[in-house]
Design a protein around this ligand. Structure first.
Ligand SMILES: Nc1ncnc2c1ncn2[C@@H]1O[C@H](COP(=O)(O)OP(=O)(O)OP(=O)(O)O)[C@@H](O)[C@H]1O
Ligand SMILES: [Mg+2]
Length: 262
């Protein structure tokens, strides 16, 4: 299975009738077992692109499709939102059950799946807790378990850890790496944290702002489980630095544009 994002453009028209071009000619493929991070400044259209890929929003032009589908069925997508999107009136178990309910699985099979993912994300013992009784990191784990439980072909994550404190975020990143090594799910991960992208992704897609265009794609050719190794600290720092140089050049160019127009 391969996700193909083919020349996606997206315009928004505000209530004064002015049209804003948010995404321009986005071309991207995500291969099987590939982890792609989408990095760009606030407002560059990352969530818009993710929503279009998820089928939650229409594009103005272009298309998103899957090629090389192996089993003939239309691929399923698991989505983890920034604010987790959990139902406050459902406990952990029932929140994870949500996506499975639509699949009409026999109850015992559904139970096995839910228990498996509760275990996988380390929430055993919290099945009956409600979202308000959990920490931010635990809520994110419920969101991740819910997305994984439907056995998606593609996992879409929109800044899932951005609301967490730095320590919890580091722990969750490490857990995500471990989880990813077990599932190897094709993933698109939105973040504006460069360090996080370099630790997690096989490829990093940089989006520029106004209009959102792909400005660069980088391969992080270092095995994921060696990236925290102090011996590789310089390599990681060089990647982070290269991306920062690239993005800050973009930001300066945008600033000049504003000054010229003003
Ligand atoms: N429904 C909408 N109607 C009009 N404009 C919109 C709509 N959704 C997003 N936009 C505009 O499109 C641009 C991109 O928004 P988007 O949420 O995709 O950015 P983002 O890269 O995810 O930003 P952030 O990092 O802050 O989450 C912004 O300028 C935003 O104001
Ligand atoms: Mg966003």
């Amino acid at each position: 299975m391969k996700l193909v994002v083919d020349n996606i453009c997206k315009n928004f028209t505000n209530n004064k009738g002015t049209t804003l071009s948010v995404l321009e000619n986005i071309n991207l493929t995500v291969k099987k077992e590939e982890f792609v991070a989408l990095v760009g400044p606030s407002g560059c259209g990352k969530s818009t692109l993710l929503n279009i890929i998820a089928g939650l929003m229409d594009s103005t032009s272009g298309q998103v499709y899957f090629s090389d589908v192996e089993n003939g069925r239309s691929p399923a997508m698991g989505i983890v939102f920034q604010d987790t999107g959990l139902f406050p009136w459902r406990n952990v178990y029932d929140n994870i059950a949500f996506g499975l309910e639509a699949l009409n699985l026999p109850k015992p099979e559904q139970m096995d799946i839910i228990e498996h993912y509760i275990e996988l994300v380390g929430l055993k013992g919290f099945e009956n807790s409600y979202p308000h009784q959990l920490s931010g990191g635990m809520r994110q784990r419920v969101g991740i378990a819910r997305a994984l439980a439907i056995n998606p072909d593609l996992l879409l994550m929109d800044e899932p850890f951005s609301a967490l404190d730095a320590q919890t975020r580091t722990i969750m990143q490490e857990e995500l790496v471990a989880l990813w090594e077990k599932t190897k799910l094709s993933t698109i991960y939105v973040t504006h944290n460069i360090q996080e992208a370099v630790l997690l992704a096989d490829r990093i897609v940089l989006l520029s702002r106004r209009p959102g265009k792909i400005s660069r794609i980088l391969n992080i050719d270092l095995p994921r489980n060696e990236r925290e190794n102090p011996e590789n600290a310089t390599i990681i720092a060089n990647f982070v630095d290269a991306i920062w140089q690239h993005i800050s050049k973009d930001a300066r160019a945008a600033l000049m544009e504003v000054e010229d127009n003003g």
